[in-house]
Design a binder for this molecule. Structure first.
Ligand code: DAH
Length: 338
């Protein structure tokens, strides 16, 4: 019994040291002085002792009780005086400006896709999507790209295995839509494309394109020019000029590459436009009759135009961004500027 008493005495010291809150002090009070506490336990022993031991042990328990009561009282007093000045410094000043919540926003490339979509939506175009993992048929064959075309080698296309590739262009969606729908067709198809290019300031192994396709009776090259001109003026600004250069794509005939007057230097000549005053932004043309054949459209009845542009490219030109890698680094200092 004496051991238990001595133990309680010792523990009291370390217990009071370890407590630094008023709640803790209350707990301590219960532990020692509560109904099921240590002192009460010791008290219960007193009547069981022999008469000569009883008096001495009783006294010891009593003085321990006083000691415990005093130290806990002291502890409570100390903690409550400490808490007062702390509470004073924590007074909440309602007139201080609040902390602004961090509000995120769309990635600049998503913003561009949204902007482009809006321009074409006003011209009556729907938005269509296709898979990023594709077959050679949709990426090449149906688009009139012959088996020996250089873009079909694994230098220019990611092959997962034979006939399973990552699409290298969004033109695939042209075929997928025409297979499902009859003309009139008016769609744009934004999405990711993949090419095994070495990453540098202008190239990435993954980037984004927006494809466009319009098929109907009596569609002419003038319609293509009109739609592209409308898009360029709305997206880049009314003072931006457009020009078409003859080009070649297997899925369009005739084909053109479309330039705009350099939005960085205003056409005067700078490093972005290689001092020519013009920058290429997209490829376009009239849908090749062989493409119509793939989807069983009557090429005598229907004509159409298609175009494809790089989302990173037009975003870089619009905002004067010099390195494509900035889009993918997730650096908030860059992203928050848009
Ligand atoms: N798919 C072409 C590319 O990735 C871009 C393109 C050119 C798309 C001409 C078209 C088009 O629809 O008519 O380089």
């Amino acid at each position: 019994m004496l051991e238990k008493l001595e133990g309680a005495k010792k523990n009291l010291q370390s217990d009071t040291k370890a407590i630094n809150t008023l709640e803790g002090a209350e707990q301590l009070k219960i532990k020692y002085l509560g109904r099921k506490g240590i002192i009460n336990d010791l008290m219960k022993v007193i009547p069981t002792l022999s008469a000569e031991k009883r008096a001495a042990f009783g006294q010891q328990v009593n003085s321990l009780k006083i000691e415990i009561t005093n130290s806990i009282e002291e502890l409570i007093k100390r903690l409550s005086t400490e808490a007062v000045p702390k509470a004073k410094t924590e007074i909440f000043d309602v007139t201080l400006p609040g902390k602004r919540p961090f509000i995120g926003k769309s990635h600049p490339l998503t913003q561009t896709i949204d902007d482009v979509t809006e321009v074409f939506a006003r011209l009556g175009f729907d938005v269509a999507y296709g898979p990023e993992v594709e077959s050679e048929y949709y990426n090449f064959e149906a688009l009139n790209i012959p088996p020996d075309h250089p873009s079909r080698t694994d230098f220019d296309t990611f092959y997962i295995k034979d006939d399973v590739i990552l699409r290298s262009q969004t033109s695939t969606v042209q075929i997928r839509i025409m297979e499902r729908q009859k003309p009139p067709i008016r769609i744009i198809a934004p999405g990711r494309v993949y090419r095994p290019d070495t990453v540098d300031a202008r190239h990435s192994f993954m980037f984004h394109q927006v494809e466009g396709l319009l098929v109907d009776e009596g569609v002419s090259f003038a319609d293509l020019k009109g739609v592209l001109n409308q898009f360029i003026k709305t997206y880049f600004g009314q003072n931006i000029q457009m020009r078409l250069r003859p080009s070649f794509f297997p899925f369009t005939e005739p084909s053109a590459e479309v330039d705009i007057s350099c939005s960085i230097c205003g056409g005067k000549g700078c490093s972005v436009c290689s001092y020519s005053g013009w920058v290429e932004i997209l490829g376009a043309g009239m849908v090749d009759p062989n493409v119509f054949k793939s989807v069983h459209y009557d090429a005598e009845k229907y004509t159409g135009f298609a175009f494809g542009m790089g989302v990173e490219r037009i975003t870089m030109l619009k905002h004067g961004i010099s390195d494509i890698r900035l889009f993918y680094e997730n650096d908030i200092r860059f992203l928050s500027q848009f």
